[in-house]
Design a protein around this ligand. Structure first.
Ligand code: NI
Length: 163
């Protein structure tokens, strides 16, 4: 299909609450194809639809060689223990070196592209990817999890990229 432009921090679509997908029709399948093409081109371990400017509850996640689609994903925390995550985001210029706290173990319930229910229990990196991508559907980004000092440092780095 097409490689779409990645929306960057400051773009209002990244701060919207994404809309639930009511029907998995042709247009939704086309969006997912574009998301997959875009992630293959840009790299990354996951992508949320708002990152290509579409305010819908759709994420894709890379598991090794596979890329899976989760429509209307709902996240449940299975373990309150936190883990440190050195995170990056295509919408924040893939800047590295900023650590956030994430839950160790989560469960995600969603629908796949065929409309079938999907349930995944995830730990480690996969759990982190789910938390990061599902945050995008709530209008949140990893920068929101940083302490004020680190947040300012990251914003300074973002401004260097823009200038
Ligand atoms: Ni991201």
């Amino acid at each position: 299909m097409a490689i779409r432009k990645i929306r960057k921090i400051g773009d209002p679509v990244l701060r919207e609450i994404a809309n639930k997908v009511d029907k998995i029709d042709r247009s939704i399948k086309d969006i997912v194809k574009d998301m997959i093409d875009t992630m293959k081109e840009e790299g990354g371990l996951g992508l949320a639809a708002p990152q290509i400017g579409i305010s819908k509850r759709i994420i894709i996640v890379r598991y090794g060689d596979r890329i899976d689609t989760f429509i209307n994903p709902e996240l449940e925390v299975l373990d309150d223990n936190m883990t440190k995550s050195d995170e990056g985001c295509l919408s924040i210029y893939s800047i590295q070196g900023f650590t956030v706290d994430r839950y160790k173990k989560v469960r995600v319930r969603a629908k796949n592209l065929k409309g079938k229910p999907l349930e995944v229990t995830a730990e480690g990196l996969l759990a982190i990817i789910f938390q990061h991508e599902i945050d995008h559907l709530k209008g949140k980004m990893f920068i929101d999890h940083l302490d004020p000092t680190s947040r300012m440092e990251l914003l300074d780095r973002v401004n260097e990229f823009k200038s």
